[in-house]
Ligand binder design. Structure first.
Ligand SMILES: Cc1ncc(COP(=O)(O)OP(=O)(O)O)c(N)n1
Ligand SMILES: Cc1nc(C(=O)O)sc1CCOP(=O)(O)O
Ligand SMILES: [Mg+2]
Length: 207
């Protein structure tokens, strides 16, 4: 899997009145190199339609495209990968379905991270680093301590997620993250492109 820096997840509730594809294109123009379609409220037909549109957009810009939760939609839209949580289909079963597409797994504790590595995940999500209102059934914040643990003990690529904002991202980078994910701070911004550019410049400062 290639190396990524800035991961944007869709969150249409944060940009009422603004078009999904326009917002995500602004994020790409600001430097996002991987996008995830995360839609917790639409029906499957709506999610599939969005997946096709985001596939077209990401292909145009050479950006990686991941679908959250729905393996069937990821396959149908020819996404590059799928993101699964701890309660989703087990990784071994998902692997049988998606072959060599990217599989990302959410983790909230070091034993989950080590297990995902053992099971053959391509990357892991590490969070929620800070409190977030973007996920309903979210666990308590794990803090930058968990980022530090993963950086020290896990060889898989990992992306830090959860409550990451321009004002706290440096602390996450100092803890050892090199890849950052955000929903609300990116797609809820009045200046999506500028916000992504600022994230990228902070990432670049850390090398
Ligand atoms: C990059 C990334 N990390 C974590 C998650 C959360 O996945 P999950 O635990 O399955 O929760 P939902 O997003 O499905 O509510 C993610 N989507 N992406
Ligand atoms: C979807 C999601 N998963 C998390 C995890 O820790 O697994 S935190 C999260 C929400 C991230 O949104 P925001 O950047 O707006 O806080
Ligand atoms: Mg999920």
């Amino acid at each position: 899997m290639q190396t990524f820096r800035l991961y944007a997840i869709t969150g249409e509730q944060f940009h009422p009145g603004r078009d999904l594809i326009e917002v995500m294109e602004e994020a790409i123009l600001g430097g996002v190199d991987i996008i995830q379609l995360r839609d917790k409220s639409g029906n499957k037909q709506e999610i599939l339609r969005k997946a096709h549109a985001l596939r077209e957009l990401t292909r145009k810009h050479g950006v990686t495209f991941i679908v959250n939760d729905h393996i069937d939609i990821a396959l149908e839209a020819d996404a590059d990968g799928i993101h699964l949580g701890q309660d989703d289909l087990p990784l071994a079963e998902a692997r049988k379905l998606v072959g060599n597409k990217i599989i990302g797994i959410s983790t909230h504790a070091i034993h989950e991270a080590l297990q995902a590595e053992k099971d053959g995940a391509d990357y892991i999500g590490v969070g929620p680093v800070y409190a977030t209102k973007s996920k309903v059934d979210v666990v308590d914040p794990v803090g930058v301590g968990y980022v530090r643990e993963v950086a020290a003990q896990v060889r898989l690529p990992f992306v830090a997620i959860g409550g990451i904002k321009l004002h706290n991202v440096e602390e996450v980078l100092e803890a050892g993250a090199t890849w950052i994910c955000a929903i609300s701070e990116i797609v809820g911004s009045d200046d999506v492109r500028g916000t992504c550019e600022t994230f990228i410049s902070k990432l670049e400062k850390r090398g």
